[in-house]
Design a protein around this ligand. Sequence first.
Ligand code: GUN
Ligand code: FE
Length: 472
Amino acid sequence: MKTQEQWIINGTLLTQDQKRRALKANLQLINGHIVAITKRLPRRSGRTTIIDASGLTILPGFVQAHVHLCQTLFRNQADDMELLDWLSKRIWVMEGAHTPATLRASARLGIHELLSSGTTCILDMGTVRHTDAIFTAVKESGIRANVGKCLMDNPKTNPPYLCESTNSAIQEALSLFEHWNGAENDRIRASFAPRFVISCTDQLLREVADLAKAQNALIHTHASENRKEIEFVKKLVGTENVEYLHKIGMTSPRLVLAHCIWLNKKEKLILKKTGTHTVHCPSSNMKLASGFMPAQELRSMGINVALGADGAPCNNNLDMFREMRLAALIHKPSGGPKTLRAQEVLDMATRDGAKALSWFDDIGSIEVGKKADLIALDLQKPSNTVPAGSETNSEMLASSVVYSAQSSDVKWAMVDGTVVAQNGKVLAIPAKQLMRDVRQAQLAIRKTIDYDSSTDIGQRGEITRSSAAKAD
Ligand code: GUN
Ligand code: FE
């Protein structure tokens, strides 16, 4: 392979390194890796690419540790409901209607939004069928992702159109793992993603625990998001949710739990003792009326807390700037103004996300030896001025990013040293064609489900699979 040298010069680096340094310096990249952080300028040579970042702030790209790309098409079609109704009456019906083509459109729509708003790495839960289409969209787009096929095998709790046998669910997850894990120079990884305890048999969860251990793979699931969910789990398994996950051998630093709102003291201690990761999804938690994650308490106990937008229909966008701002705001009225300070939230959005995904050796901060997954923000616009004279004050830069910045401030995003998004455009996903595909996919899904379109969206009752869809 030919050596490829790049420089990013004249920018301000908000490194998110161990000391959280902010400095004016240039970055030298070789083959997508950061090899020098230096005041030195490159010697001009024909083969060196130079990106001028004058006036821009360079950060590690955001890591979202809980996303459902398969749900992006369903945005604004499932509002103002609680989790279990939202799932059974809307989301599962629509997820069950996916074809490879509609899933591809959904994934590309989500990735477009993520990359153009500064998220360069995700942990995605996939869906029950056709998850290969998500991996392919990831591959083509240039985003870094760990994707797991969603596992749902309990016939008593899942709709028949989304329920698989334990064996076929696990076999497909394994074959996706074998095909995709480590692909594209390790930009793509695969995980095991049981949906949540309610959707899965005890046998499946135990097998997943063993398999993930043998493969050194992540397990990604939802846990203790909603009060009715934990009551249901208690009825199913006889213990609290996280206690059960611990008992069956799931908890470890390879387990990533989305939400973790309704935990007792014993469960929090289990998370701490086992190094299990948690993911805060503040927009989703507010919109589904799920509750407030004890994020500051978990962090103070030494439990890792990452951030994620969750799916488009429970948010209703995938923009990390809004997630960071909300995380920093919603806990202050109960915990006081120092709760989840801007720097802590920026850590959750970068370093801690990378840790949750077992990817911190490669990404999550700007340091020599790491991969160049970077974003450049224009924080000098009239909407968002960094105070004059404080251009390298890391605390004020973190404030600027968390409290005031917005996705339109992202000038470019790069993964593995390759620019993948620029000025709101995603280079591998032309917007015009994307929106044509999205429209077609939304219409195709609409055809397979019955909507009572004469009533208000908030008033609609259950949506069901149409007879045409039931027949296939
Ligand atoms: N719990 C089980 N499935 C889901 C899902 O798709 N979204 C959310 N927010 N919670 C879940
Ligand atoms: Fe989710």
